[in-house]
Design a protein. Sequence first.
Length: 289
Amino acid sequence: MAGASSLTELPQIRYEDPLARIDWQAVDRECWWLPPQLLSLAGVPQFERLDLRTRQRLSHLEYVHLLEAGLWLESQFMARLAHLAHRCPDVGRRARFLHEVREEAGHSLMFVELLQRSGYGVDSRRAFGTRAVDLLGGLLSSRSALFWAMVVIGEELPDQLNRRLRRGVEEATLSSVVYRIADIHTRDEAMHCALAREQCRQSAAQCPAWQRALLAPALSFAIDLYARYVYFPSASTYERAGLAPARLWRARAHANPNRRAQVSQMLRPTLEFLNRSGWRVRSRYGPRR
């Protein structure tokens, strides 16, 4: 597999169980879970006129949506990493893959713990697009350039929102538990994103230009699907927050210029990286060329 040396050169980090690093008794629904400026409806006049509790409840449900997106994306990645480790003859590389599986499993356990304690539970309704990606992910070889490009997207899009969450804590009274989860997740993901980028660069360099050109539309479609799923919650999120009619509120979020600008900014680093790596991709949500 391309990039074997990079896997063994990464420093070995002592693992700490994230569940033991959080005071779960401090889960609080009387505060923001996402900073108000990061909500999909931030700046929409009809939303800003709503009472504080309703707006905070949407922040809870939009963060729950982010956790659900993380559970979906990390389940995809863990399954492939476990498969890679099983097939890897090099002990050092196998250990590196399994270390990432352990960290991703720890993240998922954090998400599930908060979902259980929050009282909101998990929204089992899934968009058709996510099921299509499940199928595509199962068909792609973990040695392929397209696979690692999609891993970069899946790692970086939620990470961008988490990083903004951590920066927004000074502007809002944020849940201490949510902040701690975001902090642990972001610190771990820095190495995961770096590894995914390295594998993506190396696999793209070994992929013929004609093949990248042929696959680029599929990758651009995946970027749009991931961006839509991560950054624009489904109507059920607004419904669970008590906003009716839910489809109207979702339409307002999609038309919200503040949200579109945020998404464009969050997509920019990933799009620029992929294009530098030889992928000619674009996104309807990304910066205008």
